[in-house]
Design a protein around this ligand. Structure first.
Ligand SMILES: Cc1ncc(COP(=O)(O)O)c(C=O)c1O
Length: 443
């Protein structure tokens, strides 16, 4: 172990004795001590006790500028008073398991903001991954076909079918234990930005849908070509807007790119920070949820019969409605501010790479001007320990990145937050140079 890592780990341990102690307890409760893969961290994760605005506080009293933002669910930071106030209104009646006017107002707002829902229908569920599963089933009934096309390295949640494309290379082989071969055989994994290859896959027939991750590094031309190809081959175009929704624009990636899918899957922000997923889009496809009075055949053999204890429970619906109302009202301030913040984060990484003289650049999505998932990309030949040193350095400097690495922003950062972030990145890059963990910048 290098002297650099020893020094950083020592500082980490000294600053976080309470977290270390909790981790030892957690190891007796959870596999590797965590309940989400992205929260796994070496030497141990940091245990938080509260959050407010752009900051989080850990059990040892350290504060952090936060870039996790509830896994991207919080566009307005923690404890936004407009959202917490409406949550108090509904606390007393969670969860009635009944229809409410609130759910109609929520769906009307989805229809107002999300282009593919405008003339279509909406359905709420418990989380984004569940919504992906529902959308896939709808596509299969609508087309009468079974095959699902996904992209390399896509993440759409933990449902077995779509999990197959996430880990690799080689994609389709990593992280597939426990997923039956019969399921894997119904999935085709394609790379992004290769429309000619997609045409070949579609031409083979039997493709029910393509699931497209809104927040992935594809080109503007590719998403347009996918729209054209899906129309040509009668394949349902499912756009996963769990992350890109309400972030790329008020109407998500579909508004940003001007490409309307058949079905969009929503999550995160559409629940205002409370658990949610949703499917919305074409009435012709969504109709397979409808009851038909007097049509026994339809009701028994065609329609999808499913429940969902948490569908449209008032906490998520009320908070999501409020989040969408704010977005609708303040979109002219929200998105320019988000760009301003993200441009700064990108600039901090690029500038730190320049001054520390290491081969690194900033990446994120959308690729042309990142608004989500901003992170450093180290040059080839970087040590596998580079990410670890980056994480330790940021954490020791009071910055909390998502999954140890990425920045998922909100719109509330102050100049002080950003200054701390800039200094933390600079310190991290200086450490990377000191440890020779990333190759020097090419002249
Ligand atoms: C693009 C994308 N789709 C789907 C999901 C799954 O959403 P959930 O975790 O709410 O099931 C996620 C989760 O982060 C995601 O990033």
């Amino acid at each position: 172990m290098s002297a650099l890592i020893e020094r950083l780990e020592k500082e980490y341990a000294e600053k976080h004795p309470g977290s270390k102690h909790l981790y030892e307890r957690a190891l007796r409760c959870f596999a590797s001590g965590v309940t989400h893969d992205a929260r796994y961290a070496r030497p141990f994760p940091i245990y938080m006790v509260k959050a407010d605005g752009t900051r989080k506080w850990d059990v040892d009293g350290n504060d952090y500028v936060d870039y996790v933002m509830g896994h991207g669910a919080l566009l307005f930071g923690y404890n936004d008073e407009r959202l917490t106030a409406v949550l108090e209104d509904v606390l007393a009646y969670v969860h009635m398991g009944s229809c409410t006017e609130l759910e109609i107002e929520w769906a009307e707002m989805v229809k107002k903001l999300v282009p593919c829902a405008r003339d279509g229908l909406v359905r709420a569920c418990a989380c984004g991954g569940e919504a992906i599963e529902m959308a896939t089933r709808l596509a299969r009934i609508y087309t009468g076909r079974d095959r699902v096309v996904i992209h390399e390295n896509c993440y759409h949640g933990k449902w077995e079918l779509i999990n197959i494309g996430h880990s690799g290379p080689p994609y389709g082989l990593c992280n597939v234990r426990g997923i039956p071969k019969a399921v894997r055989d119904l999935v085709t994994i394609v790379p992004y930005n290769k429309p000619e290859l997609l045409r070949r896959v579609f031409a083979e027939g039997d493709v029910a849908c393509i699931i497209f991750q809104g927040n992935a590094p594809y080109t503007r031309d590719y998403i347009r070509e996918v729209r054209e190809l899906t129309t040509e081959y009668g394949v349902v175009f499912i756009l996963d807007e769990v992350v890109s929704g309400f972030r790329y624009a008020a109407g998500g990636a579909q508004e940003y790119y001007g490409v309307t899918p058949d079905i969009a899957v929503l999550g995160k922000i559409v629940g205002g920070g409370a658990p949610i997923g949703a499917v919305c889009g074409s009435r012709e496809i969504m109709k397979y949820h409808e009851f038909r009075d007097g049509d026994d055949y339809w009701n028994r053999f065609v329609r999808i019969r499913v429940g969902g204890t948490w569908n449209a429970q008032p906490l998520s619906i009320r908070a999501g409605l409020e989040a969408m109302r704010i977005i609708d009202r303040e979109r002219d301030e929200i998105y320019p501010r988000l760009y301003e913040i993200c441009d700064k984060l990108t600039g901090f990484i690029e500038d730190a790479a320049e001054t520390s003289g290491i081969e690194a650049s900033a990446a994120g999505v959308p690729p042309e001007r990142p608004m989500v998932s901003i992170r450093p990309r180290f040059g080839s030949g970087a040590s596998p320990l580079a990410h670890y040193v980056y994480y330790l350095s940021l954490t020791n400097s009071g910055v909390n990145p998502f999954g140890g690495f990425r920045f998922i922003p909100c719109v509330k950062y102050t100049e002080e937050d950003l200054k701390r972030t800039e200094e933390a990145i600079r310190r991290a890059f200086d450490n990377l140079r000191e440890g020779n963990l990333v190759p020097p910048k090419k002249p």
